[in-house]
Design a binder for this molecule. Structure first.
Ligand code: GLA
Length: 381
């Protein structure tokens, strides 16, 4: 085909994310501290003959096609994520002309590194480009979260979509999930210069669409409802104190009480982590990560034997300042703060120990914080 008559195609790209601290705080107005990591989804969109929208993925079998303008229900295929985004765009009167959307990327799947949100954000940017429209970071992230909540049926919070959209290279992103106020926190102040982030993938599959995430969320929201009734003016758990929780103890189930205790202590840890990062205190940040893991394991009860083993082993290794499970939980990855000079030895020893204990090959990824999707597009990735 002569070049001039080839269909125009536009590519958009979105990273994955790892959460440093602030787990399960993002659906009750709390604080989170993720960063974007150098794994990406690319969404390439082009015109296609006819009136169909076609969705393809290099990572999943089976293409999905529907008439442009369709409002069909979910198909329970991988394509529900980009189609859910399209439905949200349609609801806002943004209707791209018939297209072929081709997804590819290297984000580890089901590992708690937000492969779904990465697909949503990249797809959304591609479909917006085809429509000649733009959205702000807040609008984009909220739209993608709604796609996942309403169309895919997964009750996630806003952290992943927002981090993937608005992160900045070299920084973690402190997000107040109540109002989406945010602050970029440098990853290289003082002692942090000598330390970096190592992710370890346990290969225990994690799916937040599965029931446990939703169960935890209900327990947290039940506790929040009781605190709100007791303390007039309390907006959410994001501003609740341990004293307030204790005052309501007898009205909460044991589970609800423990889940809420995790949320309240976790919000406090995120604030302390931000201060530690600003002060360049890598030791303090590492300690907060270890405390966070204990709270996830004991109060939120969302860890598992493999992850606990990885965390316990990591903190005993030379150069490791802190370790914890990251993401929705029940498997997936750990995030470790490690002295740079020890990266290679740390990764090797951790993988060896895990292999010897579980007979499974863990993977490690040394990650610098990269730009979120919006900054990435602006720079013309
Ligand atoms: C998943 C969800 C997020 C958040 C985390 C837990 O990644 O998508 O919204 O709730 O779990 O912190």
């Amino acid at each position: 085909m002569p070049l001039a008559s080839q269909p125009k195609s536009i590519a958009a790209r979105a990273p994955a994310r790892v959460n440093l601290l602030g787990e399960h705080t993002d659906y009750t107005g709390g604080l989170v501290l993720p960063m974007a990591i150098p794994f990406h989804t690319t969404a390439r969109i082009s015109a296609i003959g006819g009136e169909q929208n076609v969705f393809r993925s290099a990572q999943f079998d089976g293409e999905y096609a529907e008439p442009a303008g369709s409002s069909a229900e979910r198909s329970k295929m991988w394509s529900d994520y980009p189609v859910g985004v399209l439905r949200q765009l349609q609801q806002r009167g943004i209707v791209p002309a018939a297209f072929l959307l081709e997804l590819s990327g290297d984000v580890p799947l089901g590992a708690g590194l937000s492969s779904s949100a990465s697909v949503e954000v990249a797809s959304c940017l591609a479909m917006l480009a085809r429509s000649g429209k733009t959205l702000t970071a807040n609008e984009l992230a909220l739209l993608c979260q709604r796609a996942e909540n309403d169309y895919v049926g997964s009750p996630c919070g806003i952290m992943d979509q927002f981090a993937i959209t608005a992160a900045q290279a070299g920084h973690a992103l402190l997000i107040s999930t109540r109002d989406l106020q945010f602050e970029h926190v440098a990853m290289n102040a003082g002692g942090l210069q000598e330390a970096g982030i190592v992710i370890c993938n346990s290969h225990v599959k994690h799916s937040i669409a599965a029931g446990a995430y939703g169960e935890r969320r209900k327990e947290v929201e039940a506790g929040q409802a009781i605190l709100r009734t007791r303390f007039a003016g309390l907006r959410d758990l994001g501003e609740a104190t341990l004293e307030q929780l204790q005052a309501c103890e007898s009205a909460l189930t044991r589970e609800s009480y423990k889940r809420c205790r995790h949320i309240i202590t976790e919000n406090a840890r995120v604030k302390q982590a931000r201060d530690a990062m600003m002060a360049g205190d890598a030791q303090a940040l590492g300690k907060l990560m270890v405390q966070a893991h204990a709270s996830q394991r004991d109060d939120f009860e969302c860890s598992c034997a493999e992850i606990d083993f990885l965390v316990d082993t990591a903190v005993g290794l030379r150069g490791c300042l802190g370790a914890r499970m990251t993401g929705g939980g029940f498997g997936g990855c750990t995030v470790n703060l490690v002295e740079r000079g020890e990266f290679a030895k740390f990764c090797e020893t951790l993988k060896d120990a895990y292999g010897a204990r579980f007979g499974v090959a863990a993977e490690t990824y040394v990650c610098e914080a990269v730009d979120g999707a919006l900054a990435d597009q602006e720079k013309g990735f």
